[in-house]
Design a binder for this molecule. Structure first.
Ligand SMILES: [Zn+2]
Length: 493
């Protein structure tokens, strides 16, 4: 109950800060959502930006996927840069576990001058989702700049932010800059896979002291364009849905395929999958998502905008809320922000093409809404499947159930300041992400984790986790300056 109350307070804080933003709006609306300064930064021609581009290129071109790559190798490269910048054994900690030698990482610490202020933690996962050369238009592990975009696996998720963090730690050290607060950087592996070694969880459980901080900055936030390079919104990530997998399995006596019967393990799984396809979990809202839709809706004049405003204000279950939900459900991101979702992602079955299947199964990937228990989702799936012969089990949980971090003026104020510098007139909204980040592992040990805005992506998702991943060069350079100025602000207060 305590946590809920906190969120209510922050919603009010959001209100005051966002009205402050309204004033900023009037001041300097810009063409593509970028201020004149940001448009200059977007060119990427400054010497420090050219050096940064080389680091980004090195990181993207180091394959860190679980099948063909190595996070440990990239951590070696980063360590070399940090030592060159002046960090020594006392500030650099390497870690890996024997049975996962390629999934190691590092923590580097830049001590601050204050004896009382707690540190800030910057978090970045080095691993990327697997990419097959044969599926891509270009080589996924060569950084290619074309048409205002960087192409390559990890250009968006999340090596632009990784490079921004490493570059910041290097430049501050080289410049002899000592912030008030100690700044720590944890580079980890395993965020993209739920069955390998997760560095963020390992650090949280085994080296809590090393990463101790008042709060952490991580992926999850960022802006959205209209698909034509115009930034229409920026988001601050506060909290997330919780990812969990269930396995359903059907078994059957089988037999010779020349004498088939209707009772068939693969059909059983297929029928259950279609029931899951057709089930819609009920609409849910948090104060963060209410603020999200309320604010975004206020900035739009179309039917979607009206629906956003209504979903934020109308009581759940009312005709206005139902009508608004129907409109919002046409957008896949908004649809998944409003509820728990479950989808069948993997199937297997059968053992020979001339035999009736004796075993069939499927993986159901669910994204559980904050405050909803895993058990209640499992019970609901059983009810939907309605097949007593089908077994349904839950995988080993990836970690603790997500808790929404508090949204305070201390966090929001500096973000708003940078928004006015780089994106005047662009709405800033607190978001609850539907994906999962390693932030949950930090929150589980008492380190609130936020995804700051700064960079931005296209509405089609920019190939993240998919084919031909890309990030606009404007987003990379402006995102870097925004984030580094933001960290400087946090670290000096
Ligand atoms: Zn990621």
């Amino acid at each position: 109950m305590k946590r809920l109350r906190q969120v209510l307070v922050s919603a009010a804080a959001v209100g005051t800060v966002l009205s402050g933003l309204a004033q900023a709006q009037a001041q300097a609306p810009a063409g593509n959502g970028l201020s004149a300064r940001a448009q200059e930064v977007a060119k990427g021609t400054r010497p420090d930006q050219i050096a940064f581009r080389a680091l980004y290129k090195e990181m993207v071109e180091t394959d860190t996927s679980i099948t063909t790559g190595s996070c440990t190798l990239l951590a070696d490269e980063i360590e070399a840069h940090l030592r060159e910048a002046g960090y020594g054994d006392a500030q650099i900690t390497r870690y890996a576990v024997p049975d996962h030698p390629k999934e190691g990482g590092l923590v580097v610490v830049l001590p601050g001058s204050s004896k009382t202020l707690k540190p800030i933690l910057l978090l970045g996962h080095l691993d990327v989702v697997v990419a097959k050369r044969s599926d891509w238009t270009r080589d996924p592990y060569t950084l290619i700049e074309e048409g205002g975009y960087f192409y390559g696996r990890g250009t968006s998720d999340m090596k632009a932010m990784d490079a921004t963090w490493v570059d910041l730690m290097m430049r501050w050290k080289k410049a002899g800059y000592t912030p008030k607060r100690t700044v720590k950087l944890a580079m980890t592996c395993g965020e993209e896979t739920s069955w390998a070694f997760n560095g963020a969880n390992w650090l949280a459980q085994n080296r809590r002291d090393l990463i101790d901080a008042e709060f952490a900055l991580n992926e999850g936030g960022g802006g959205r364009t209209d698909g034509h390079g115009h930034v229409i919104q920026q988001s601050l990530h506060v909290g997330e849905k919780f990812a969990v997998n269930f396995q359903m399995v059907a078994t059957n006596p089988g037999g010779h395929s020349s004498i088939p019967v209707r009772d068939n393990a693969i059909y059983e799984v297929a029928e259950a999958a279609l029931k899951i396809k057709d089930y819609e979990f009920p609409l849910m809202l948090t104060d963060t998502t209410k603020a999200y839709f309320g604010k975004l809706g206020a900035a739009r004049s179309d039917a979607m905008g009206a629906a956003m405003r209504n979903i934020a204000s109308a009581p759940i279950g009312s005709p206005e809320s139902k009508a608004a939900e129907a409109v919002l459900n046409t957008d896949r991101s908004f649809h998944s922000m409003l509820r728990t979702t479950c989808v069948v992602t993997l199937v297997d079955g059968g053992h020979a093409n001339n035999a009736l299947p004796q075993h069939a199964g499927a993986n159901i990937n669910c994204r559980v809404f904050p405050g909803v228990s895993v058990e209640s989702v499992q019970d609901k799936l059983k009810e939907i499947i309605a097949d007593p012969k089908m077994t349904l089990t839950v995988e080993k949980l990836r970690g603790p159930v997500a808790k929404a971090p508090p949204l305070t003026p201390q966090i929001l104020g500096p973000v708003e300041k940078q928004m006015a510098v780089y994106f005047p007139g662009v709405p800033l909204v607190p978001t609850m992400s539907t994906g999962a980040t390693d932030g949950i592992f930090l929150e589980a040990v008492g380190i609130p984790s936020y995804g700051p805005p700064g960079g931005f992506g296209d509405p089609d998702g920019g190939g993240v986790h998919g084919l031909n991943e890309r990030r606009s060069s404007a987003s990379v350079y402006v995102g870097r300056d925004f984030l580094q100025d933001l960290v400087k602000d946090y670290a000096s207060h």
